[in-house]
Design a protein around this ligand. Structure first.
Ligand SMILES: [Zn+2]
Length: 205
């Protein structure tokens, strides 16, 4: 099982072959600095920095709603699979909380689960960007027949709100229900076309 190791800044410290450094200046570094959390008076600055890392990497734009923040998050997400099976080295002492533990947990999910998690984060980030009047990263707005809906699409409703398609159910007569049983359920009988925001792959773009 992959584990976290402490990266020492002393001469002669070497990482093993199946180990990736995830502290500064690696791309997997936690942008939330422990020293800042210390300054802000957190009792456990390590814990606070890890908490921020988790919510940021999971798609929250609350603390860092900038282009740089979104680009850095995406860089980690798209390379996360490279960490699978690897030990991760950070400068944090092993008895303190560290963002590397979260990276280990995520990177070693079954690939389908990991991809699904990343897809949901991308949708969340783009929803946040659209709310903040920024170009979404991954999606373009299109008119689709409801029949062509896919998981991960966002449907724009008449009031402008967005519903993410998580499940599609087709009835006997071909009628669609999006997210059956969920609070954001949509019944498709009345749809001719719906405005859908969808991730466009590189080939299609
Ligand atoms: Zn650390």
């Amino acid at each position: 099982m992959p584990k976290r190791v402490q990266r020492l800044r002393t001469k002669g410290w070497r990482k093993s072959k199946n180990c990736v450094i995830v502290s500064r200046p690696s791309r997997f570094d936690n942008p939330c600095k422990i020293s800042l959390m210390e300054e802000m008076g957190y009792e456990d600055p390590h814990e606070a920095a890890v908490g921020n890392f988790k919510s940021w990497l999971s798609g929250s734009r609350f603390d860092w709603p900038t282009e740089e923040g979104d680009v850095r998050r995406e860089r980690i997400l798209s390379d996360l699979h490279l960490l699978r099976g690897m030990d991760l080295a950070c400068t944090c002492p092993l008895d303190r909380a560290c963002h590397a533990d979260f990276l280990i947990e995520r990177a070693n999910l079954p690939s389908e689960e990991l991809n699904d998690w990343i897809l949901r984060i991308r949708v969340r980030v783009d929803q946040g960007r659209i709310r903040d009047n920024k170009e979404p990263f991954h999606v373009k707005e299109h008119l689709f027949a409801a029949d062509d809906l896919r998981i991960g699409d966002m449907v724009r409703l008449i009031d402008g709100s967005l519903v993410t398609v998580l499940e599609i159910q087709r009835g006997d007569r071909g009628e669609l229900t999006v997210n059956p049983g969920a609070p954001n359920q949509l019944n498709g009988k009345v749809w001719e076309h719906v405005t859908v925001i969808r991730k466009i792959s590189k080939e299609q773009a």
